[in-house]
Ligand binder design. Structure first.
Ligand code: AMP
Ligand code: TRP
Length: 322
């Protein structure tokens, strides 16, 4: 089965990125899997050039540290494969302004920026190009990407109806728990790179002392009743989901084993540290040899270009380009 997913090089990865997406990628890497660093998407963030470069290197190291193996799956940087930008244009001539302006991510981000760029509106079309170029059947992403995936499906179906069967129509896949990890200080909003709260966000490569501190200070509630209940107990339920996603139990099973919040928190911190500490070590080793990371990316781009090129040419020909 073909699989593609990507992340923006927009800063260090947090627990939401890891549990919601990256760990799912590692589990699926034995399929015909393509994983990219979507640097073109990060340009919508108006990021400084040197920061974008550093973040791209960092994200490559993070992918490998998390367990993606370049001998098994294809790891590459989006801008190294020119077909993404090329197919993007073809799809911009299929997508409508109306559907793009209805995207929740666009509405939220455009409200926060004055004079926002066109790229913020067309962002999901480039994402559709990423996915459709690799004939992806499944796209492992966190819950916040559902709407973008639906749009990708709409664009693919519309294209196929208008120009003949060209694209595989993909589905988005979310993990059963932790598809939406919430901020530890404010469980009403998701853990996020862009709106990071210092104590509310656990980074994948945080030092163990910081992980302990952040989990210990996580906001819960005052009635002290151990119960998995997102409506009444969002802070606690968030911790139970994180725990469950690490231990493989259901959140209810985890809740049944504990009576005190403090105990749950200290065991959760220990579990997180046991899983993340070896990744952190590997991440630091990998970052020490950036040339090796770009060798991996170059091999990945060569391999990705073969499939992407053939799908691009099929789409261009279907539309009448000669
Ligand atoms: P981003 O940080 O927006 O580049 O997201 C990269 C990947 O992580 C996407 O698949 C997101 O859906 C996923 N993701 C981001 N934040 C969270 C979160 N708080 N919980 C679960 N998944 C997330
Ligand atoms: N929009 C995604 C995010 O913010 C990143 C992304 C770009 C992506 N292209 C993709 C995810 C293709 C999956 C497949 O997280």
């Amino acid at each position: 089965m073909k699989i593609l997913s990507g992340m923006q090089p927009s800063g260090p990865l947090h627990l939401g990125n890891y549990l919601g997406a990256l760990r799912q990628w590692v589990r699926a890497q034995n399929e015909d899997a393509y994983y990219c660093v979507v640097d073109l998407h990060a340009l919508t963030l108006q990021i400084a050039p040197e920061e974008l470069r550093a973040n791209t290197t960092d994200l490559l190291a993070s992918y490998l540290a998390a367990g993606l193996d370049p001998e098994v799956c294809t790891i590459f940087v989006q801008s190294h494969v020119s077909y993404h930008a090329q197919l993007n244009w073809l799809l911009e001539c299929v997508a409508t302004y109306g559907e793009l302006s209805r995207m929740v991510a666009f509405k939220e981000k455009s409200e926060r920026q004055e004079g926002y760029r066109v790229g913020l509106l067309t962002y999901p079309v480039l994402m559709a190009a990423d996915i459709l170029l690799y004939e992806s059947e499944e796209v492992p992403v966190g819950d916040d990407q559902r709407q973008h995936l639906e749009l990708t499906r709409d664009i693919a179906e519309r294209f196929n109806n208008r120009f003949g069967p060209t694209f595989q129509v993909p589905v988005g896949v979310q993990p059963p728990v932790a598809a939406r990890v919430m901020d530890l200080q404010d469980p009403s909003r998701k853990m996020s790179k862009s709106l990071a709260s210092p104590l509310g966000t656990v980074y994948m490569f945080d030092a163990p002392v910081d992980i302990e501190k952040k989990i210990a200070k996580a906001v819960t509630d005052t009635d002290g009743e151990m119960r998995f209940d997102w409506d009444q107990k969002p802070g606690l339920s968030n911790l139970l989901e994180i725990y469950s996603s690490l231990s493989g139990e259901t959140p209810e099973e985890v809740a049944a084993r504990y009576s005190r919040y403090g105990e749950l928190k200290s065991d959760l911190a220990a579990l997180l540290i046991a899983i993340l500490a070896p990744l952190r070590e590997r991440y630091e080793e990998l970052l020490a040899s950036p040339d090796d990371l770009y060798k991996v990316a170059a091999r990945g781009a060569d391999k990705a270009s073969v499939l992407a090129g053939s799908v691009y040419r099929r789409a261009a020909a279907a539309m009448g380009l000669t």
